[in-house]
Structures are given as C-alpha cells and as structure tokens.
Design a protein around this ligand. Structure first.
Ligand SMILES: NC(=O)c1ccc[n+]([C@@H]2O[C@H](COP(=O)([O-])OP(=O)(O)OC[C@H]3O[C@@H](n4cnc5c(N)ncnc54)[C@H](O)[C@@H]3O)[C@@H](O)[C@H]2O)c1
Ligand SMILES: O=C(O)C(=O)C[C@]1(C(=O)O)C=C[C@@H](O)C=C1
Length: 311
C-alpha cells in the first residue's frame, strides 16, 4: 500500500472510468478520501448502494470543494459545463484533470474556467470496455495500459509529475503528448475503428431483415468483436465524433480511398494487391503482440448491464 498521492480526490461523473479509478485508487491506497458526483439521482443511488466512493454528493461543486484533485469523468461534450460549475470552489494549488477521449476540444472547453493558481492537466487512459455506469468499473482496467497526459501551456511540472504518479499507482504506463497529436493518433487507433464497427453492425442489422436473423445466428468471431465495440455508449461516441471532427474526417478519407482500392482489386481479380495488403496488415498485428501491447480485454461480465444506473 503506497502513501496517498492526493488527500482528497473528487470524481465527477460516476461511470466506467470513474468507478474503475475509484477501485484502482483504493486497491493501492492512492487517495485519502474519494468524493463523487453524477448528474442522475439513479447513478448516485447506485454509487451509494455499492459504496463506490467515500461520499456521494448532490452537486459537482459539493464533491469538488476541498479536493486537491478533481477528475472530470463525464462525456466530452459535458466537460465545459462541469468545469464552469466547479470553478468557484476550486482551491489554489488544486489540480483539475479529465479522462476525455478527445483532448483539443476538452482543453478549449475547460481551460477558460480554471481559476488562477489551479493546475489543469488533461489526461486520457487508453483503456475501456463497451459497458457504462457505476457498476461497470474494476480495479484492473488500467493495468499495463497507457495513460496519455496532455499538458496545457504553462502546466506545472510538479503537478504533472504528481498526476503521473497517481496513474502509475493505478497500474498504467504514462506518456506525454500534445493535444493535436493525441487527437490524430486516437482518430486512427480508436475513433475511426469505432465508426467502422458501428457501420458494419448497422449493415448487418439491415441485412438481418432480409435473412431472418441468420447474421446473428451464424455470427463468427470477427463480427462478434465488431458488435462488442458497436455496443459502446452512444452519448460518449456521439461527443467523440462531434469534437474530433477534423482528425476523424481526415482518417476516414484515407480509409475510404484504401477501401475503394481493395474493392477494385476484388472486382478486377487482382490477387497480388490483396495478398500484399493483407501481408502488410498481418505484420502490424504481429508487431503489436511482440511489443507486448495485446492486453486482451478483461472479463466484461461484471454485473453491469449497459445503461444501468446512468443517465
Ligand atoms: N468508455 C471508454 O472506453 C473510455 C475510455 C477512456 C476514456 N473515456 C472517456 O471517459 C469519459 C467517461 O466515460 P465513461 O465510459 O466512464 O462513461 P459512462 O457513460 O460510463 O459514465 C459517464 C458518467 O457521467 C455522468 N454524467 C453525464 N453528464 C454529466 C454531467 N453533465 N454532470 C455530471 N455527470 C454527468 C453520467 O451520469 C455517468 O455516470 C468520457 O469523456 C469518455 O470519452 C471512456
Ligand atoms: O476496449 C474498448 O472497449 C475500447 O473501445 C476502449 C477505447 C479504445 O478505443 O481503445 C475506447 C475509447 C477510449 O477513449 C479509450 C479506449
């Protein structure tokens, strides 16, 4: 058990990421006290029932008051309003961070509300599941995953190091990245793949009407993986695409070009093109495994029903 890195941590939004943070902080004794707030009364009631944090508060400001770390764990589109609400109670020397999947838009929405003397250090843990809500979290979520810290202009070095210690204590490896680069990298590795999965499952759903449920009945592993991703929270992903528009459209444009090239190769019977392409992509998968990055998604059946106890 380590000494607490922060005396009081406030988690605003009590879904998958916040609940996993609460479990991971408790596992390693990283916080003296954890307070929490979620917008819906139902979520707050569930959080109280399962003892998720030490104190569930009725407002975000109440949870943030007296905290030396406040972490915004709400959908990206809600970050600015929450920052505005907690701003009056933030004490000088406190740190505000977030876990949003997009960084440039979050910084633009949150930074203007951060008072003088309060540190703002955005972050993004690259770990998740398709589940949501306060029951879906688990202490191991961040183990051996990356957490990207995205310092803003004049971010305090000591405060950044302290936040890094917290994430390392929760099991993550920490790297530092600037916001624009973060958003482009994530558009490639996370955002566009989610859009493709949503699309593929939508296509299959249309087809299902034609084939009378054969698509579901005979769905093989590849498609099942798509359905897991496409079961992810609609609010979260709507906000991701609306706020990482530029980078996602850039990657989607490239994706479409390559898809057309493959489509043409199939139509013209260009086996060499297909074989070369698949050889290249196979090498990427092998590279990921050799680098030890293939941390298989953990057990998702942790009593969480998607949408349960959340607004
Ligand atoms: N799910 C993932 O895979 C994943 C991974 C990394 C980062 N993230 C990011 O983490 C953040 C939270 O995602 P999650 O998966 O934990 O979501 P979630 O849907 O499980 O939880 C979101 C929580 O925020 C609360 N909430 C929504 N609007 C609010 C508001 N205005 N004020 C207070 N509470 C509000 C909801 O009640 C809910 O408890 C998002 O910004 C997301 O982009 C998600
Ligand atoms: O494993 C999953 O369910 C995820 O989609 C997690 C995932 C990802 O794309 O890797 C999703 C969004 C994040 O911001 C970070 C992680």
């Amino acid at each position: 058990m380590s000494a607490p890195v922060f005396e009081r941590v406030a988690l605003i939004g009590l879904g998958l990421i916040a609940s996993s943070m609460a479990h991971a902080m408790r596992r390693a004794g990283l916080a003296g006290e954890i307070t929490g707030h979620a917008r819906s009364a139902e979520t707050r009631a569930v959080a109280r029932e399962i003892g998720l944090v030490d104190r569930v508060c009725e407002t975000a400001a109440e949870a943030a008051e007296g905290a030396d770390l406040v972490v915004l764990c709400v959908p990206v589109g809600a970050m600015g309003a929450v920052a505005e609400e907690i701003a009056p109670v933030l004490a000088p020397g406190a740190t505000v961070s977030d876990v949003g999947s997009v960084k440039k838009a979050v910084i633009e929405a949150v930074a203007p509300h951060i008072p003088e003397g309060v540190h703002f250090i955005p972050a993004h843990p690259l770990a998740g599941t398709e589940h949501s809500g306060p029951r879906s979290g688990f202490a191991e979520l961040f183990d051996n995953r990356w957490c990207l810290i995205v310092p803003v202009e004049n971010s305090d070095a000591d405060a950044t190091a302290r936040l890094s210690r917290l994430w390392e204590g929760m099991g993550a490896h920490v790297d530092v990245m600037d916001a624009e680069h973060h958003d482009l990298v994530l558009a490639v590795t996370s955002h566009t793949p989610h859009l493709i999965a949503y699309t593929m499952v939508g296509v299959a759903d249309d087809l299902r009407r034609v084939t009378d449920s054969e698509v579901i009945k005979y769905s093989a592993a590849g498609f099942r993986d798509f359905t897991r991703i496409a079961a992810s929270d609609p609010t979260m992903w709507r906000d991701v695409f609306l706020t990482n528009k530029e980078a996602t459209l850039e990657i989607l444009g490239r994706f479409t070009e390559e898809l057309f090239a493959l489509q043409r190769a199939i139509r013209t019977g260009d086996g060499d093109h297909l074989h070369d392409y698949f050889t290249r992509t196979r090498a990427i998968r092998r590279g990921i495994i050799e680098a030890g990055q293939d941390t298989a998604a953990p057990d998702f059946g942790r009593g969480a029903t998607r949408g349960e106890g959340r607004d």
